[in-house]
Each structure stands twice: as C-alpha cells, then as structure tokens.
Design a binder for this molecule. Sequence first.
Ligand SMILES: [Fe+2]
Length: 327
Amino acid sequence: MSLLAESAMNKALLALLVLLLATAVILLAWAIAEPHLLDTDYFRLGPKGKSQRLRLSAASARPAQRDASSLRLAFFSDAHARFLFIPVRQLLARIRQAGVDAVVFGGDFSSSEHDLPKAMRYMRELAAGLSEAGIPLLGVMGNHDEYLSRDTAEQTGLILLSNDSVLLPAADGKPWLLTGLQDLKLGTADLTRGLATWHSAAARLLRPAEQQTIEGRPAQLPATPEQIPANRRIVLAHNPDTILSLPEGLFSWVLSGHFHGGQIRLPFRLEYKMLRHDRLCKQGYDQGPYTWHKSGLFISRGLGCVLLPFRFLSRPELSILEFSPDR
Ligand SMILES: [Fe+2]
C-alpha cells in the first residue's frame, strides 16, 4: 500500500472513530436528559377497550364540558424515588390543569429500602397539594415495594388499595368503582376479594359528594363493591400480566405500569427479552391503551427510572384518562 493510500485510510478510520464517539456522547446526553422530560398524554377510554387519543389543547379545554357519566383520572406509575427527576410541583401543576376527579398511582414507590424516605416525602408532598384541591390520591404497591407497609404508605395521605375497592363519584350520581390488587410477585392479585371488600376510606371518599345518589338512592356504600356494574369498574394492578389471570367480563379497564415503556428502548424488544420474565411486554403490549378481549388494558411508561438514571425513547408519563361507561 502506498503512503498516500495508507494516510487516506488512517484519516477515514479516525473520522469514523470521531463519528462513533460523537454519536455515543449525543445518545448518552439524550438518555440523561430524557428522565427530566415529562409527557402528559390524554386518552378517552370507553367500553370494550375502545380508546381515543385526545389532543392536549382539546382535552385541557374540556373539563367543564364532560359527560356527566364520565370519570377523569390522572394516572402515573413507577416512581422509583432514587432516580425520579420530575418535581412534585410540575406533576401537581399538570394534574390541576387537567381537572381530574382523582389521581391514581400504579406502584413501585422506590427501588430499595434506602430510597423509601425520599419516596414517602414525594408522595406526602403530592397528597398534600392534591388535598388542597380536593383531589384524592390512591395507589397500589408494586413488586419493588417489599419494604413498605400499608400504614407507612397511608401516612403520606395516599389511600393504598390491596385487594379492596373504593367508589369515585361521577356527576350523574352513578359512581365508578376502583379496585386495587396486590402485586403478582409481592402478594396475591385477588379480584374476587377486591370486589367483595371496601377499603376503610370508601365511605369518606363519598362524603364530598353528599348530594349524589347511587341508582336513585341516597349516597351510601352498597353492601359490596360488586353491585357496581362492570362497565363502571376499573382495576388497578401494578403488573400488566395480572390481566392474564383475571376472569373476563368483571371490569371495564385495567391500569398497570411496571414495564417502564422499556425505559431504554432497544431494537427487536431486546430490553424486554434480556431483562424481563413478564409475558405481555414480549408480545407487544408495553405502553398505552390496548383492547384485551372484551375489556381494556392501559399501561403507563412510569415516572422514574430503575437500575440506571437513564431513559431512551421512553419519556416519563402522566396519563390523563377520561373513562366513559357507554361510548
Ligand atoms: Fe417499576
């Protein structure tokens, strides 16, 4: 090889190396920045898994014009407090702007016992801010919450559901049922028990809406949650795979998190194939709304990060979900 050709080849190799290095730096900077960028996604969720994504401007302008039968929830999951970079005040501002009836958390307060105090501070601040606006905060535990007791979680002001239910009032006087299940790995996700058991806060949640009626009767709790029709039942379960073992026809939607939208997305779903034993994410059910038999499944990308403080093509997500019982 001539000296000239050798020099040209060295220059080309150097240029390729610089290009690769620059690409790696840009990707790393992106992955570091992304956990700080909160997406707010709006969806209308109907019966039989019917879903429609709403434009932000249309959704934020609509709270006063909602159907009387609808329920509007803010839903987020997977706080993982150690690597949680979304300030509470930002989350609160987005929630208040959306005019929701309640806020629902899908589990995984922290990744370890060490981060629990930070997670509790976050939830306490969030619950206090919501309480000022008269908005309840409800949630379930995730597979990482093995160090958390129900009492500790509820001292923050959050209502922790664990195979039990609450009612959430709607303007037409017919309430919605929210049933929270235990995590698949941490406990037993028991929908039968959840539909037979009221959380102790269930009556308290009804109190602000004393004028509402349930099927024409004065506001009071029905004997059991299962007296609420299935098209007004929402199930909260940390792991989306929970739906695989739930009987059909008993609920309208399941809300889940756990998959983090992949967190660091790789080609061919490698992030799921390498790191997870769960089934649905490998079958393509990993974020957003899906029809599941005669019901719906909504999966949040979550708010924080697990293992590493990085996200790539999977931004933190607050979902504003407007449920309709019949359209
Ligand atoms: Fe998680």
